[in-house]
Design a protein around this ligand. Structure first.
Ligand SMILES: Cc1cc2nc3c(=O)[nH]c(=O)nc-3n(C[C@H](O)[C@H](O)[C@H](O)COP(=O)(O)O)c2cc1C
Length: 225
């Protein structure tokens, strides 16, 4: 089956892409409102793309009524935002933050969350998040009448105590339990883990049955992706 994207509607493309490209990580983005309150909303058109510079990208669609979402407005106004990663403990609160609240209602309070100061930017991070990435806006661009793309430069990472070894900077992957977004309201845990080793040519190609082992406990020592 071949589906030609030029012959289907944007909604049909959305259905296909958000089912095919899974699981997607979830950025629970905190931003500052003009009166200094903290706004939070989840975005799964999100990922990190590089480490030098360290960049993260968000796909910010306009609201169904055509208005710019609060997160987009605040990023345009403030030039900064925090990406709070979502784990098992934070998942339900993340869903609460997606509700379309009026501008003067704080998602943080409604979801029973709290905030902590960031190191380099004014926008606070969500205290309960396992990991938070402080971002200064590298670029934000309106790419269609109903969508912005925001690129953030990550200037600091905060991790829950015990998650990252301060000496080696290895994550304890047994303690880290991020959730992913599958299609629509379906999510997944990430505790079914296995390791694959990239074979070297030509020696590693003599016995391919040796390339899979179980569960890793920390990130790759080489840091290679
Ligand atoms: C898991 C999840 C992922 C989402 N991803 C996106 C996304 O990538 N882009 C987007 O525009 N909205 C996304 N949304 C919807 C926004 O979170 C929602 O519109 C929210 O009310 C925006 O809040 P704001 O107006 O405070 O920015 C997502 C919602 C959920 C639950």
């Amino acid at each position: 089956m071949l589906i030609d994207f030029e012959k289907i509607t944007p909604h049909q493309r959305y259905k296909l892409l958000t089912a095919a490209v899974v699981p997607r990580p979830i950025a629970l983005v905190s931003t500052l409102t003009p009166d200094g309150a903290v706004n939070a909303a989840p975005f799964s058109f999100f990922n990190v793309f590089s480490e030098d510079p360290a960049l993260a990208i968000l796909g910010l669609q306009h609201a169904p009524d055509g208005s710019i979402k609060h997160t987009t407005r605040h990023i345009l106004d403030n030039g900064e935002f925090v990406i709070n990663l979502v784990d098992r403990q934070l998942a339900e609160a993340m869903a609460v933050c997606a509700a379309r609240f009026p501008a003067d209602v704080s998602e943080i309070e409604a979801a029973g969350l709290s905030v902590s100061s960031s190191r380099h930017i004014k926008t606070p991070r969500i205290t309960e998040a396992p990991v938070a990435l402080e971002c200064r806006t590298w670029e934000i661009r309106q790419i269609t009448p109903t969508r912005h793309l925001a690129i953030g430069e990550i200037v600091a990472l905060s991790a829950r105590d015990g998650l990252v070894d301060p000496e080696t900077l290895y994550f304890d992957m047994q303690a880290y339990e991020p959730v992913g977004r599958l299609v629509a309201n379906t999510y997944c845990h990430t505790d079914d883990r296995f390791e694959l080793t990239v074979p070297t040519w030509p020696d590693g190609f003599t016995d391919t049955s040796q390339t899979q082992t179980n569960t890793s406990t920390h990130t790759s020592p080489t840091g290679k992706t």
